[in-house]
Design a protein around this ligand. Structure first.
Ligand SMILES: [Zn+2]
Length: 338
């Protein structure tokens, strides 16, 4: 495996174009909307909540077997080409999930790199291990989709100058890991502190607070700080936060917020030229019908919401975007047009 040549995408041109400049101007037509889904397995949530042991066999692939088909139907209903961030190891261990992702890629959805093992401490693993995490997933995803991935999202929203450098070496067109949300970061800090007080250590990491001052619109990162503008050829595509308060506009918010708040948050982000809407596979989990372990359901409040309510919230969001004149594109397509 180690000697296998890795097909990397070479058609990337790094120079910003006329279209990039419209980010500083007014929006002439409707916004561009990208919807992406991080396919974190149940095991990831076991680590975040410091649950003991491994998930039971039935639950191990529940995200790909139960939730992914619901996203496929949702996107088909709305004519949305989406970007799925895939964990490489799942493709090797789960043939049913792999077949489903293959068919989604055939239907025009993008499969992008979410690392091989979804290690929350990715940026601390050292250069050689980080390379393995990127390259093994790259090979597995390229083999599944028939197209070399050009985009990366780090586990736990934490990226580093080193990771960006390695992605540039591999001619990746974009990274989409920056999530500059103050309320999200504050809530994560409090939850992790509370867990530590209770004697439980989360498998997640808080990450560098520099992320909070990252730009909210696509930018080229600096070679010393991924959260500052600079000269790296890759694009950083930050995930959506609301203007001013930087409230997180991600799947968890959309499915949990009351309708009036969700509608306002989405409307605020749709007034901008580009909305990078990040969802997670677990956002369309059904705590009653799927095989999620009770210990996880007890710890994850959004998992307990009725599936019908969550689906209705995402349906309404996509309808709202369409009504605002949105054009839906994969992150690969967005970057190609920058
Ligand atoms: Zn993830």
């Amino acid at each position: 495996m180690g000697t296998m040549p890795i097909p990397y995408h070479n058609a990337f041109a790094g120079a910003p174009s006329r279209q990039a400049l419209c980010y500083v101007g007014r929006v002439a037509s409707g916004p561009t909307v990208s919807v992406s889904v991080d396919l974190d397995a149940v095991e990831c949530y076991f680590r975040i909540h410091a649950l003991p042991g491994e998930p039971p066999t039935d639950a191990r692939f529940a995200i790909l077997h139960r939730c992914l088909p619901r996203f496929a139907e949702l996107f088909a209903r709305h004519g949305v080409p989406a970007t799925f961030f895939v964990v490489g190891r799942d493709l090797e261990e789960d043939s049913e999930g792999r077949r489903l992702l293959e068919s989604l890629a055939r239907d025009g959805h993008e499969l992008a790199n979410h690392s091989h093992n979804h290690r929350y401490e990715l940026v601390r693993l050292g250069r050689a291990r980080i390379c393995q995490e990127i390259d093994h997933a790259h090979t597995a995803i390229a083999a599944c989709s028939g197209q070399a991935p050009v985009g990366f999202r780090a586990p736990g929203y934490e990226v580093s100058a080193e990771v960006i450098d390695l992605l540039c070496e591999r001619r990746y067109a974009y990274d989409s890991s920056a999530f500059p949300s103050v309320p999200y970061y504050t809530a994560k800090t409090l939850v992790m502190a509370a867990m530590r007080l209770a004697g439980r250590k989360s498998g997640s990491y808080l990450g560098n607070p520099a992320i909070l001052r990252a730009p909210r619109t696509p930018y080229h990162p600096s070679d010393s700080d991924p959260y500052r503008r600079g000269q790296q050829p890759i694009w950083e595509l930050p995930m959506a936060v609301s203007p001013w308060l930087r409230l997180p506009v991600i799947g968890t918010t959309l499915i949990s917020a009351p309708d009036w708040l969700r509608t306002r948050l989405v409307a605020a982000t749709l007034r901008e030229p580009f909305l990078n809407l990040e969802l997670h596979g677990i956002d369309l989990a059904d705590a009653d019908g799927d095989d999620f372990p009770p210990a996880l359901i007890a710890r994850q409040p959004d998992l307990r919401l009725p599936l019908a309510r969550k689906l209705a919230a995402l349906d309404a969001t996509l309808t709202q975007a369409r009504a605002a004149g949105a054009t839906f594109k994969t992150l690969r397509q967005v970057t190609a047009a920058l």
